[in-house]
Design a protein around this ligand. Sequence first.
Ligand code: ADP
Ligand code: MG
Length: 268
Amino acid sequence: MSQTEHSAHIIALANQKGGVGKTTTTINLGTALAATGKRVLLIDLDPQGNASTGLGIEGEARDPSTYDVMIDDTPLDDVCHSTIVPGLFIAPSTTDLSSVDMELFEDAGRAARLRTALDRVRNEYDYVLIDCPPSLSLLTVNALTAASSVIVPLQTEFFALEGLSQLMSTIREVKQALNPELDLLGVVLTMYDRRNNLSAQVAEDARATLGDKVYETVIPRNVRLSEAPSHAIPALLYDNTSAGSLAYQRLAAEILKREQNSRLVGAE
Ligand code: ADP
Ligand code: MG
C-alpha cells in the first residue's frame, strides 16, 4: 500500500427514477472537476452503459467491465480507460451487469464488492463518481456502501419529490448496517425550465423540504447537454459556452467550495 494518506472522495449519484439526469451529471460534473486539475474516476454501474457510451468507450473495449469487478474481483485498474478529458477516467459497464443481483444472491459480502475494489485504487484519485442504475437494487446498494457521499439529481418536474423518501430510507439503512460514513452531500435540481412555472414550483418545494442540501446551482434544460452524448464527448467539450456546460462548471465550483468550508469547520 502507498504510504500517502490521500484518499478519493467517493460520491454515488443516485435516484431510483430513470431519466432524471444522473448520467448527464456524472459525466459533466466529472469533466468539470477534472478541468480544475482533479483526477477523477467515473464508475459506470448502470447496465445501460450510458456513461460509457457518452465518453466514447466502444462496446468491444468494455471487456473487462464493471461486471468483472463485481463478479470476478477484477482490479479496477484493469478496467479503467482514459478519456478525451485529461484527468478523467472511466470504468465502463455492459448489459452483463444486470445479472449481478442474481449471481451474487448467495454471497454474504455482496453489498461490499465495489467497496473492496475501490479500496485498492482510492489513493490514485481525488474523486470517484459512481453512476447508479435507476433502481434501489444491489448495484445501488454497492455504490452506497462504497461511497462516503450521495448526490441526488432531482428533475424539476411533477412527482420529482415522490420516491425521495424511499431513497432516503435506503441511504439510512445502508448507513446503519453497512457504511456509517455515508451522508447525503447534496441535491441537484436538473432540467430546469425557467419558462415553466412548474419548474419553479418544484424547485421551491425541494428547497422547502431539503433546505440547504439543495445546491444553489440549478442545471437548466439545455439541448447541448442532450446532444453531446451522441458525439461521445462531454457537453463541456462539445460546447463549453452552452448554458448546460456553464451550469456544471458552477456546480463543480460549488461542491469544491462547500467541501473546503466543511474542512475549515472540521479543523476548528
Ligand atoms: P438518468 O441517468 O438519471 O437516467 P440521464 O442523465 O441519462 O438520466 O438523462 C435522461 C435524458 O435527458 C438523456 O437523454 C439526457 O441527454 C437528457 N438530459 C439530461 N439532463 C438534461 C438537461 N439538463 N437538459 C436537457 N436534456 C437533459
Ligand atoms: Mg443513467
